[in-house]
Ligand binder design. Structure first.
Ligand code: HEC
Length: 123
């Protein structure tokens, strides 16, 4: 009788562990595809992975790369006002000045999300 109880609780532990493993795997897969994420969260990720090295985490462009490519201060409200969102998306997709084109590396929604994130960097 005792053996059965041990077996049952062991089985329960295994089931629980398996369920936890399955759910963490699916969460990782969803994050990878950008599912279950708001566009802004996705934008923050895209920005951190592709844009921060030049523009800086805060968008002000105080990076080592910035000493070479001299990106604008994207936190500047006046700078932001002078640029429409569609122009920004086009610039990132096709490249502008020292900024490389991202259209082969990022999807259109990813670029739009990164630009939406840039809008939140305004001070
Ligand atoms: C290699 C460095 C570099 C990287 C990486 C980079 N940028 Fe830029 N970015 C620049 C430079 C330099 C400019 C200024 C271009 C100009 O006006 O001559 C710029 C300009 C911009 C502008 C203004 C464009 C306009 O229309 O005036 C936006 C918006 C922008 N970047 C967003 C991004 C986003 C979003 C990413 C990531 C997907 C990114 N940048 C990655 C260097 C970079």
């Amino acid at each position: 009788m005792k053996r059965v109880k041990v077996f049952v609780s062991l089985a329960a532990v295994c089931l629980f562990a398996a369920a936890a493993a399955v759910s963490s795997v699916s969460t990782a897969a969803e994050t990878k595809k950008g599912k279950g994420q708001s566009p802004l969260e996705r934008g923050r990720e895209v920005y951190a992975a592709n844009c921060g090295r030049c523009h800086g985490a805060d968008g002000a462009g105080h990076t080592r790369m910035a000493e070479i490519v001299e990106p604008p201060d994207m936190t500047d409200a006046a700078w932001q006002r002078q640029r429409s969102t569609s122009r920004m998306v086009a610039s990132v997709a096709n490249g502008r000045g020292q900024m490389p084109a991202f259209k082969k590396k990022l999807s259109r929604p990813e670029i739009a999300a990164a630009v939406a994130y840039v809008r939140t960097l305004k001070r």
